[in-house]
Design a binder for this molecule. Sequence first.
Ligand code: ARG
Length: 593
Amino acid sequence: MASVPSLAATVSQRVSDALSAALPEAGSADPLLRRSDRADFQANGMLALAKRLKGNPRELAAKVTDALPENDEIADIEVSGPGFLNITVADGALVRNLAARAEDERLGVPVTDSPRRMVIEYSQPNVAKEMHVGHLRGTVIGDALVRIMEHRGDEVIRRNHIGDWGTQFGMLIQYLIEHPHELDESGAEQGTESGGNAAMSRLNRLYKASREKFDADAEFKERSRRRVVELQAGDAETVALWQKIVDESKRYFNAVYHKLDVLLTDDDVVGESAYNDDLPVLARELEESGVAVRSDGALCVFFDDVKGPDGNPTPLIVQKADGGFGYAATDLAAVRNRVGVLKADTMLYVVDGRQALHFKMVFETARRAGWLPEGVAQHLEYGTVLGTDGKPFKTRSGESVRLMDLLGEAVERAAGVVREKAEQGGLGLSEEEVQDRAQQVGIGAVKYADLSTSRSRDYVFDLDRMVSLNGDTGVYVQYAYARVRSIFRKAADTAKPVAHPEVELAAQERALALQLDAFGDTLATVAETNEPHKLAAYLYELATLFGPFYEHCPVLHADTDEQRENRLFLCDLTARTLRQGLALLGIRTPERL
Ligand code: ARG
């Protein structure tokens, strides 16, 4: 495992050294290197520097170029405009650097020397309820972040904070006691999609039946209320039935996770109920320390800057007047556990943006209580999934859309695309192969559409667009990968392609090579900003640059053997980068499409 800095980083360092040499009074300044279409890179750090030193930016820039020692990386550097530096790198240096990266399984991307201990909380569906389209974003974004951070070298603890506690269980359990066969299995296999769906429809039936009775029958309502007390007191029969409902739900969640191809397992589930025993202790501590105060019998935390529409302060309610604990108390306990017991130094909460105020209050309360050091917890908000009408995505009858149905539809559409493409290309796929690829393409399409949108923005769920071969789609990037792989099948060279730094590069080769150079730096940015869409954008750009390269630079019919090998080398690194990058987003790469 050898990490290889990007050529961009090396060039930036060279310019920065020259800058310090030419202008000792500047100290160490960032030359602010950017990709540019005038040259390979443009450095515009001289502008701010000139302002600071009260000098002329063009003169400063000229001094910097003069101070640059002979080197292998920079082929040309010139001052332009108000004081930019336009930099062209040497073909040989570019290819040599990529060759070093290709030697490494991690493509030269370093493992961090400052690993974090992270909790990433994501997905968090509610027991006895459907997973709907709203759960898609959290699940997919959280999963990509887990993969990216683990790849960086962080130690990641996944947490699926499921909603498995609350008064609604009284009604469900009471109904089960009175109708003991309500959850009996109908024989569907465990661990399969149909098994998961069957579990969910049993739960739906239970939910509906008990709700109806609860609303219509006052005595049942009262029995349900007493059942909640039994549950909280840990009565064995009650807890066993509660567990049965939770397990049934997990069966369904796991079927969705399997279909969605995410990492979450039962080991990651630590639901709201897990913190039960901590809540009275926590409440006492908050009250004794004065962080929380009694207000109309409830235990509350107040904030100067959180007020309701009436101008009165809106508190975070730790304990209700009837003694019950709710959502906020559980979250406080989770914070305390993750920092105090799990020793997390970084916590990412991937949760809908509409819960921003809740997390602001929870984190601030935990901070006041001394449970949460500054800068450890972050709520990664995500936007809403919209329908093509621009409103929150709903079925025609106005219900929220079941995630499982949506995924099924995506796979079906993808099968159409795969079949058509295979017929065009004379691929002669069996129906099984079509289905297999459709799975990877359909799920990939849904995930890519989600991940390529900046996290906090809303986006329109449009399957037609998502499975299109044109535009910024998962299929497009997957297709670029399959196309590169097909070159190798045609080339029939089995040896690993060797780079030839002595071969001059065509413009399209340089563009592709410079994009390849940016892989590691992109991953570093993504891990720093928690923004997977930057990785998606990078991969899309890489896939896009492969087109003109392939068109203008014949690979198998190159002019010389060296050129052919060098192009094969670029193809190979492109494929590996696409595959690695998509894998970090949780998206598969079929070898043929
Ligand atoms: N289960 C909750 C819901 O569906 C989301 C939980 C978010 N995470 C948390 N730690 N509060 O709204």
